[in-house]
Design a protein around this ligand. Structure first.
Ligand code: PNS
Length: 181
């Protein structure tokens, strides 16, 4: 016969006798945010009390949008999701995760081709702190082909990006590309 557990469910989950607010960090370059990113943000917001979308400042590739513009585009896109915050970070992701008292790093996986690099980063982050888990959310199949680079390429060549990025930022993307020319 199975005995009923006397441990409160939330304590059974954490194993710690403390109030446990589950916070995750979703880091990335978001140059710009796409509907693939939005899918990961919305699904994370259902699983965690707080989702911090963390825009990397020291980005090695040359971004189209400045880091403050990248943040603004995300802020516009997530304004109706109450438990999502948009911030920036520089330096080690793990230092930022500690600063925010987060327990989990969320990453999206689109295809096998993403896996090797993501696996390497997840293992490096686990080496830096084994108590912080990286979890991967499989992309919605609708967005498995989608990347920020593709969006920029299609838009720069005059193609339609509707359905690929949040509607509220479409004009900003075309405007930025026009300024660049
Ligand atoms: O959107 P991207 O380009 O895949 O994001 C990559 C990002 C920002 C998540 C990654 O480059 C990162 O974590 N940078 C911070 C530097 C760091 O902590 N490096 C050590 C762990 S691999």
């Amino acid at each position: 016969m199975i005995q009923e557990s006397t441990v409160e469910p939330e304590l059974a989950f954490t194993g710690r006798n403390e109030t446990f607010m589950k916070t995750c960090v979703y880091p990335g370059s978001f140059d710009p945010v796409t509907n693939g990113h939005m899918d990961i943000i919305k699904r994370s917001a259902k699983m965690f009390d707080k989702v911090i979308v963390a825009v990397v400042k020291n980005y090695s590739k040359k971004p189209l949008f400045s880091f403050s513009e990248r943040m603004e585009l995300i802020q516009k896109s997530v304004k109706d999701i109450p438990n999502v915050e948009v911030e920036s970070f520089e330096g080690l992701l793990m230092d930022y995760v500690h600063k925010k008292n987060a327990q989990v790093i969320v990453k999206g996986l689109r295809a096998i081709s993403d896996f090797e690099y993501e696996f390497q980063m997840a293992l490096m982050n686990r080496k830096l702190d084994p108590n912080v888990e990286t979890i991967f959310l499989m992309t919605n199949h609708k967005y498995s082909f989608l990347s920020s680079s593709m969006v920029k390429e299609v838009a720069s060549l005059g193609g339609c990006i509707s359905g690929l990025v949040p509607d509220c930022i479409i004009r900003d993307i075309y405007r930025k590309l026009k300024q660049k020319d």
